[in-house]
Ligand binder design. Structure first.
Ligand SMILES: [Fe+2]
Length: 236
């Protein structure tokens, strides 16, 4: 399959198996180690136990843990090395990489769950950016992200434009899309024009997702520049 073609001219997103799952195992271990060092999470021996524990924490502790995990500097590099052949196909071996990955929880508590419908281009990243998103565990329930193909996504935006409406009910009210199901070791790549988000769920375990963004060094950076990216040379 031609990943670049699918992301640019096709659906705009694609599920991809990691070349080196060991990098993702490393992310999983670090998620656990960093969480244990946080002080609010004790006696947790696996990512699934951590997912269960997160659902019991008060809001401020969830935020504190989330900030601590998101501050860890190496998750982005581990992600691109896990998917090195796909990243090379999309941006070469030398590219700009998101300085800090995003670590996201989707708990079953409505205070913390869903990511609102959006496309990443809304946040000022360049049109030449690609996102990698992984679950830190098998994802077989409905707590994961949904992704809408880019044609449907842009039609939605155009309809809003015709109605002179921004973030209206068509866009925010999307609630019938199937969240992606995937095994640990698989990631979803998408471009900045596909709508995505997450729904509230009532599972017993919080979902943990990790994402990063990268783009070719030869393409325009737009708003996101050195604070967001750093130059990275792929080693794998
Ligand atoms: Fe996003």
């Amino acid at each position: 399959m031609d990943l670049l073609h699918e992301l640019v001219y096709g659906r705009g997103y694609c599920l991809v198996k990691a070349d080196e799952v060991s990098f993702l195992d490393g992310i999983k271990e670090l998620l656990l180690d960093i969480s244990l060092s946080d002080g609010n999470v004790a006696d947790v021996k696996s990512v699934d136990e951590l997912r269960e524990k997160i659902t019991t924490l008060p809001e401020s502790d969830i935020n504190s843990l989330n900030m601590k995990l998101s501050a860890y500097p190496d998750f982005s590099a581990m992600l691109v090395n896990a998917f090195s052949s796909s990243v090379r196909e999309l941006a070469g071996g030398e590219f700009f990489l998101q300085r800090r990955s995003h670590v996201m929880f989707n708990t079953s508590d409505l205070r913390h769950t869903r990511a609102m419908s959006h496309f990443d281009g809304m946040s000022g990243i360049s049109p030449f950016t690609f996102t990698i998103w992984i679950p830190a565990h098998d994802l077989h329930d409905n707590s994961g992200i949904w992704v809408l193909d880019q044609d449907a996504s842009m039609q939605l935006v155009e309809r809003e434009s015709e109605k002179q409406c921004v973030m209206g009910k068509d866009l925010l009210g999307m609630d019938a899309l199937e969240p992606l199901r995937m095994d640990f070791g698989t990631g979803v790549f998408f471009n900045p024009f596909v709508m995505h988000g997450a729904y509230p769920h009532d599972g017993a375990l919080a979902r943990i997702g990790v994402s990063t963004r990268f783009q070719s060094r030869s393409k325009p950076l737009f708003i996101r520049n050195s604070e967001f990216y750093y130059p990275y040379d792929l080693t794998a």
